[in-house]
Design a protein around this ligand. Sequence first.
Ligand SMILES: NC(=O)c1ccc[n+]([C@@H]2O[C@H](COP(=O)([O-])OP(=O)(O)OC[C@H]3O[C@@H](n4cnc5c(N)ncnc54)[C@H](O)[C@@H]3O)[C@@H](O)[C@H]2O)c1
Length: 365
Amino acid sequence: MSITSVGIVGAGTMGSGIAINVAQSGLSVYLSDLSEESLDRAKSSATKFFNRAADKGRISQDQADEALGRITTGTDLNPLGQCDLVIEAVFEDLDIKLETFRKLSAIARDDTILATNTSCLKVSDIAEAVKDPGLFIGTHYFSPAQLNPLVEVIKGEKTRDEVVEKVLEFCKKTSKKPLLCRDQNGFAVNRFFCPYTNEAVRCVDEGLASPEQLDTIAQSVLGTAFGPFAVMNIVKPQVNLHAIRHLEPLGPYYQAADGMIRVGDAGENWSLGEAEAASPETTRTVGNRLRGSVFFTILQALDEQVAEPAAFDMGAQQALRFEQPPCQTMDSLGKEAVEELVRPLCEIYNTPMPRSLDRVGGLVL
Ligand SMILES: NC(=O)c1ccc[n+]([C@@H]2O[C@H](COP(=O)([O-])OP(=O)(O)OC[C@H]3O[C@@H](n4cnc5c(N)ncnc54)[C@H](O)[C@@H]3O)[C@@H](O)[C@H]2O)c1
């Protein structure tokens, strides 16, 4: 049986966005939160979203009203017990998530799939709270969840294959592009995105270029829609620092840069003004550092079978709007050129060359 009724716990930024996406796809959704204020905000953002779509002529006013009508809300958890799928989007705190899933597991039907939207915690650690971890999975949406097409689907250690299949099918039914990945730090996208922002900050720390120059160079060299500093300001440097800290167990390359710690811990944004043009030499040096970072971390993740090369490319394009898919770019550059970009990082951070370098040339081409 496929998923037709959906519940969400946590009506903040992500929960409210996911609810809009589900309702827009024709499915009913029950959105729950401890806070009435969060529920009111979620309802008003859904109302705005669907009315705006009607005003712009993308849907009729009747369709907007029907979509809104498919979202019900409440502080009571009990209705979630009757859903085919419950997605948790409460605060990023292991204890709060464990407590939430203990409660959900006690009221859920025997076949209800329980999913977490955690960004950084291990899905298998959260699964400890439920009666049947075979029915537990990660669904990592990207902000804004009502618009961003990507969802990382994370198979926990005990997630059953049929559960993965149902969730992949659900993602497609709700117009999302699922990226199946393993339960490793950073999953697939943050595994290379966070270190890339960290490398950009290291370049600034070393005085190679200004944040504004870094943004311009990243846009030209990697074909990103926005540079790393502009993106960090959207995500918030504090949130980015938190995500990087979860990658630190992966090795010395993943330690947060000094500037990242300074700005993140202060709760500040990067101050960005007009970019003074960087010299061709700076552009080459910094561009190579950024490309080396993306390639190095993806090759390492391929060694660990975090996801398929094509999945990394889809993640880069769909969630981060990289015009140049990294694995395809590595294939086009060829093994020698990629090795030249990655070797300096292996030497500085005393890390072996990823074995997946040998696959370059045939990663996706
Ligand atoms: N914001 C993002 O860009 C983003 C992206 C991907 C994943 N995530 C993850 O999604 C989750 C939610 O993040 P967010 O940004 O939406 O947070 P948020 O702070 O906007 O919302 C969290 C909501 O959870 C509610 N809540 C807290 N404890 C609860 C409980 N025990 N029961 C019911 N409701 C409870 C809060 O009242 C709040 O409305 C986190 O795990 C986060 O890491 C966030």
